[in-house]
Design a protein around this ligand. Structure first.
Ligand SMILES: *Cc1c(COP(=O)(O)O)cnc(C)c1O
Length: 362
């Protein structure tokens, strides 16, 4: 088997053990003579898979008992619609505040503006989204339905280290590119959502963790399959859910547990990121994109001081088994996405390659 270290931003690499387990069980799940992909979402076997996902998420993310876990169609961006549809009704003027730390936050705000008043409470657009902007929650109007943040900015390689304290106004976080990569106090949030394809499994589905008291405010126009109460009331089985994605996520969650849980992975993620940031900081050849005080440990972004070498960098990296290092088309440069599944050895190999590439071309 030939394997590359896959630094793609998403859909992203999954742990090799997970891929092998899925392969081994693909035709015959636990002696049923059928695969998970071809059995009913109402079968007792799938029910067990779903319950196990709940159990593992509660344990691994330390989810308090007043939160519901939902498995919602459409991935992360579908939640850009679902969040306002479910929460704007809390505000008499249907107002919500967005902190814009990158493309995803901007998109989320524009989507919410279809359904109410979505305003920008803070933005780092003027510095190219290279940091998390200053934000004073006490300046928010009292009639704010929620505040939306993107906890880790996949394109720019920044993250919130500490989260804003928004008091009675629920804080909503798009954690798509960092969920389960670091320990988070869930009780600070009204809603956390994450598309699966970065740290959890296949694309097209999102995990939504919502504080129970926020359910039941959906605007009348809300489609049933975007109404979080419908998911909460049916164990996310109001229609046929993406059973295979949930099964794959279950395997990933078992793997996270086997690794020793989120705290263990967080320490490893810090180490992995440092291997790459050290190369960037020690050189004038690589220029980090993110302000060092706001750096992500999931997406490491950098430019080359000689930008004309970027294609050569990406091509030679691939020849060395280092795949998908080109930055997002909106940002340019290079990006190494190093989610939970990326082994330390992958970051060591990239750091070594970067040093050699610099020696060759500086
Ligand atoms: C990848 C990503 C998205 C988009 O996810 P889709 O499932 O394609 O909608 C949204 N937000 C963040 C932070 C992401 O990293």
């Amino acid at each position: 088997m030939t394997q590359v270290y896959n630094f793609g931003a998403g859909p992203a690499m999954l742990p090799a053990e997970v891929m092998k387990k899925a392969q081994a069980e693909f035709l015959d799940y636990q002696g049923m003579g059928a695969g998970v992909i071809e059995i009913s979402h109402r079968s007792k076997e799938f029910d067990a898979i779903l319950n196990r996902c709940d159990e593992l998420l509660i344990e691994l993310a330390n989810i308090p008992s007043n939160y519901k876990i939902l498995y919602v169609h459409g991935g992360a961006q579908m939640q850009f619609s679902a969040v306002p549809l479910n929460l704007l009704g809390r505000s008499a003027s249907k107002s919500a505040s967005y902190i814009e730390t990158g493309t995803w936050g901007v998109k989320a705000r524009k989507e919410a503006a279809r359904f109410g008043n979505a305003t920008t409470a803070a933005s780092s657009a003027d510095t190219g989204f290279d940091r998390i902007p200053e934000f004073d929650p006490s300046a928010l109007p009292a009639d704010t339905a929620y505040v939306h943040i993107t906890s880790n900015n996949t394109l720019y390689g920044t993250r919130w280290h500490d989260f804003p304290q928004t008091g009675d106004i629920p804080l909503v976080a798009d954690m798509t590119s960092e969920f389960l990569s670091r320990e988070i106090d869930i009780s600070q949030f009204g809603i956390i959502f994450a598309g699966l394809q970065k740290n959890l499994g296949p694309a097209g589905l999102a995990v939504v963790i919502i504080r129970e008291d926020l359910l039941g405010n959906a605007l009348e126009i809300t489609p049933a399959l975007l109404d979080y109460s419908v998911y909460a009331g049916s164990h996310s089985l109001s229609n046929t859910n993406n059973t295979f994605a949930i099964y794959m996520m279950g395997l990933v969650l078992e793997w996270v547990k086997e690794q020793g849980g989120v705290a263990k992975l967080e320490a490893q993620n810090e180490r992995k990121a440092k291997l790459l940031y050290d190369v960037i900081d020690e050189s004038d050849f690589y220029l980090g994109v993110a302000d060092p005080a706001h750096r992500s440990i999931m997406n490491v972004t950098f430019n080359l001081a000689k930008p004309e070498l970027l294609d050569t960098f990406v091509d030679e990296a691939l020849e060395n088994g280092l795949y998908a290092l080109k930055g997002h088309r909106d940002v340019g440069g290079a990006r190494a996405s190093i989610y939970n599944a990326m082994p330390v050895a992958g970051c060591e190999a990239l750091a070594t390659f970067m040093r050699e590439f610099e020696r060759k071309y500086a």
